[in-house]
Write a protein that binds this ligand. Structure first.
Ligand SMILES: [Zn+2]
Length: 474
């Protein structure tokens, strides 16, 4: 029998497969994983002795080269955001194609796709972010885009870009029929407006008051209502960036009723509390995001939600703004908190933070780590060939040194943000190489990616099945 010569073999590593961590070599040909085992012949051999190999991260919630809800352009281009992603082990992003005022959806997607094609160094897809359902050809465009492989949309219940309840139900009717997942930023706008007015009336304008002005009730109320919307329409929804224990309870109850509801949280809710906002001057603005960080008992509830499978995904919600007049301080160095852009960078540190907690720290373990950082997003959003180490999947791989410790410094992220919200945090376990479809895009801290080399991944269907509503993580 003639020996098969693979393009590459990654040998001697401990490989995290969907079934568990095994000692195996990974054979790669044509950018895909062809086999797991030993004794492969290959043109190129990469040693992974002493290393752990996981699937490349799939980050299904990141804002790239996008205007914020407050009208501020974010700091990252597709080139800088995806460079940063690759440096941290993420090989697929789903960012937003955000509809402009009055813009047809077909034009929105064409605009973002053209920019991503030029700049993105990792594979990518888009959620269509909808702000206006009254534009010409809305339903026709949306159905055509979904059929073409844009299997997710995003709607807001707050900010100027919010949809009213009737419009959200209309979107759900279309996405439910056409087979797309509707992602929702769920905070009730009226509760936020009332709280903000009350806080400002007391002269409280510093970033630390952002938390008080975004009460947990706003999230709880909107999450409960959106669960009912999913239930009555039968359309699957993904509740973004869950931050409170009560929202986890609402989602748990909705799923038990059979409502087609999925949900994610983010590292800044798992590892930070609202105290991060309490800094001198406007410094706390660096950590301002919406919803805000909460409390230790919320963190525990979020971890329980991940353990039970009620929360399926940990995304970054990468929302990059520089701490200068182009971003956080665009309304001046004295700006009250409502005039400061919300969001923090997270594409690059998401995987190391989660590896530290789940693999090094043993919280839920290595298979669950790959599920929440890659596999579930790939399945739910319908990304073919992504999110698992198995024959036939893309050779999107991260090699981790499980013993390497690293303390984040102020300037060691590779995005265009200029500060690191995780400065001073020490993680155990560090990505030493990232492969995208068999090509190294990072090795030993050196960026090797190419702007434009990422592929736009169209999605033939989504993976939201009623059977996935119950039971522990796969
Ligand atoms: Zn977001």
């Amino acid at each position: 029998m003639a020996a098969v010569i693979h393009d590459m073999v990654i040998e001697g590593g401990r490989v995290v497969t969907p079934a568990g961590m095994i000692d195996a070599d990974i054979a790669v040909t044509g950018g895909r994983i062809t086999a797991l085992g030993t004794g492969f012949a290959a043109a190129e051999r990469v040693s992974a002795t002493g290393l752990i190999v996981t699937p490349g991260g799939v980050d299904p919630h990141c804002h790239i080269e996008q205007m914020s809800g407050m009208g501020v352009m974010n700091a990252d281009t597709f080139e800088t955001a995806t460079r940063s992603a690759a440096m941290g082990g993420t090989t697929t992003s789903i960012s937003f194609a955000a509809q402009g005022p009055g813009q047809r959806l077909a034009d929105t997607v064409a605009d973002y796709a053209a920019r991503a094609e030029r700049g993105a160094a990792i594979d990518h897809a888009f959620h269509i972010s909808i702000r206006d359902t009254g534009v010409p050809g809305f339903e026709e465009d949306l159905r055509a885009l979904i059929a073409a492989g844009h299997r997710s949309v995003k709607v807001f219940t707050t900010y100027d870009i919010k949809l009213d309840d009737a419009a959200i139900l209309d979107v759900l009717r279309i996405t439910g029929e056409a087979g797309a997942l509707t992602c929702i930023h769920a905070e009730t706008d009226a509760i936020l407006a009332e709280a903000r007015a009350r806080v400002l009336a007391h002269g409280k304008t510093a970033p630390k008051h952002h938390a008080e002005a975004r009460p947990r009730a706003a999230e709880i109320d909107a999450v409960a209502r959106m669960c009912r919307f999913a239930e009555v329409t039968g359309a699957p929804v993904m509740l973004f960036h869950i931050s409170t224990a009560e929202a986890v309870a609402e989602i748990t109850a909705a799923r038990a009723r059979g409502a087609p509801v999925w949900a994610e949280t983010c590292p800044h809710y798992l590892f930070m509390t609202e105290e991060v906002l309490d800094k001198p001057g406007l410094e706390g603005a660096k950590w301002m995001c919406s919803p805000p960080q909460r409390t230790r008992s919320d963190q525990a509830a979020l971890w329980r939600g991940l353990a039970s499978g009620v929360l399926q995904i940990v995304s970054s919600d990468h929302a990059p703004y520089r701490f200068d007049a182009s971003g956080k301080l665009s309304n001046g160095a004295e700006a009250p908190f409502p005039a400061i852009a919300n969001g923090l960078p997270g594409l690059e540190p998401r995987l190391p933070l989660m590896f530290d907690a789940m693999v090094s720290g043993g919280r839920l373990g290595p298979v669950a780590f790959t599920e929440v950082t890659a596999a579930r997003a790939a399945r739910l959003y319908g990304l073919p060939g992504k999110g698992a180490i198995a024959p036939g999947f893309d050779a999107d791989l991260v090699l981790w040194d499980p013993d390497r410790q690293r303390t984040y410094a102020a300037d060691d992220l590779h995005d265009n943000v200029g500060y690191n919200p995780w400065e001073g945090t020490t993680v155990t376990g560090w990505p030493v190489a990232t492969y995208l479809r068999g090509q190294a895009v990072m090795r030993e801290g050196e960026y090797r990616g190419t702007a434009g080399a990422g592929r736009w991944t169209l999605r033939p269907g989504i993976g939201t099945r009623a059977a996935d509503l119950t039971g522990a993580p796969a």
